[in-house]
Design a protein around this ligand. Sequence first.
Ligand code: TZP
Ligand code: MG
Length: 215
Amino acid sequence: MMKQKLSLYFVMGSVDCTKDPLAVLDEAIEGGITMFQFREKGKGALTGVEKYRLAEKLFERCLAHNIPFIVNDDVDLALALQADGVHVGQEDEAAERVRDRIGDRYLGVSVHNLNEVKQALSARADYVGLGPIFPTVSKKDAKQACGLAMIKHIRAHEKHVPLVAIGGITQQTAKQVIEAGADGIAVISAICRAEQIREQTKRLYEIVMCAKQKG
Ligand code: TZP
Ligand code: MG
């Protein structure tokens, strides 16, 4: 169930978009995304009531299409909206505490190595997000790219953990990422910066699904 939802995980905030975020999300949904994360971060990011209003509208779109709506690093916002879940990084509110606050909503945790995967699992995370796999333009403070080898390493030791890979993943690399053992790909720019969002999203979806079927 979770592994299916992670197949094509779209991460986005207003800063990532060159056009209306609602239009971007609509096209991405038409293209076949299976999960969405509202990540309102970086220079020029919305805050307060503006952030809340945008989140509310994006959530509405996801609800209408049965796409899980996850909030990055803002438990209060997730609870206020009754969102489907929360995603936190290693420097954010501790995963155990987030789990206690959100009950059985989805909990995702960003990880960079096997040790962090084990910690996330003991904090009762539903999935882990591993990355950056490749260099990324979308996260200023991203750690060094860990490569496909880290996916293989984690999968060798944690056979069942729902794992989504993130960071610099494109149509050219999606297949290798799945073959290395990821259950899905999480992308910002491969969708946000696509000239034809619906078409490019559809192509990504096909690549992931095809690779997963073979695995
Ligand atoms: N965490 C690790 S890399 C990254 C995040 C949020 C950014 C991914 O964006 P892109 O454009 O798909 O490389
Ligand atoms: Mg964070």
